[in-house]
Design a protein around this ligand. Structure first.
Ligand SMILES: [Zn+2]
Length: 214
């Protein structure tokens, strides 16, 4: 586990930065895919966590949440509009239809997160599009942003390439996601922690990537 900023850690993964899991304060953010439970538990076992929160309800972000919540006895929190999917072990696709959760197990959600809520010193930002209940976590005091998949730090399928939007076909509302991306870029984050890709300490590079969106 690597400390990116005060009280913000990125868990080790393989390949590095491919599917990111973070700890902010005493809250675990995301849990990776259904095969990531072991590596997550191994790294957080000695930490006093109080909750597990999601950026969004996709299988590569809550895939091991059932296991982690059960073993560590943590409540799960996620964006209000993703609660239905997470509690069903599904994802919400185009037209708000429920689609396969790709192996993610259903988990009861203890708290539906909304714009302005506070999580471990971060403010919840409602940034829908890639999923209906996608949230980001923003700490204005040092401009740290846990961005989830509003933008990808690289292409998670090739593990390379520039900062980009997620493939539009993977976002039930790609247009809305671009609005969310512009909102995040306007914050001028000093550090962006992506769902996929290495952490980025360059507000200009983030803004430039978002400015290229259609
Ligand atoms: Zn993802």
């Amino acid at each position: 586990m690597r400390e990116l900023a005060p009280d913000v850690w990125q868990l080790d993964g393989f390949p590095a930065n491919s599917i990111n899991v973070y700890v902010i304060g005493d809250v675990l953010i995301d849990s990776g895919s259904p095969i990531d439970g072991g590596r997550v538990l191994k790294q957080v076992r000695d930490r006093a966590l109080s909750a597990h929160a999601l950026t969004h309800g996709h299988f590569d972000h809550y895939g091991s949440s059932a296991k982690v919540c059960r073993e560590l006895e943590l409540p799960l929190w996620c964006g209000a509009n993703d609660v239905r999917a997470v509690e069903a072990g599904k994802q919400i696709g185009l037209g708000r239809r429920t689609v396969s959760g790709m192996g993610a197990r259903a988990v009861p959600v203890a708290r539906a997160l909304r714009e302005g809520d506070e999580v471990a010193g971060f403010t919840v930002l409602d940034v829908p599009g890639h999923s209906p209940g996608h949230v980001a976590y923003w700490r204005e005091s040092d401009r740290v942003l846990i961005a989830g998949d509003v933008m990808w730090g690289f292409n998670p399928f090739t593990l390379r390439g520039a900062i980009r939007e997620p493939y539009p076909a993977l976002s039930p509302d790609a247009g809305r996601n671009r609005i969310s991306a512009r909102r995040l870029a306007s914050l001028r984050p000093e550090l962006v922690a992506f769902g996929h890709g290495p952490p980025l300490g360059d507000p200009d590079a983030f803004a430039a990537a978002v400015a290229k969106l259609p």
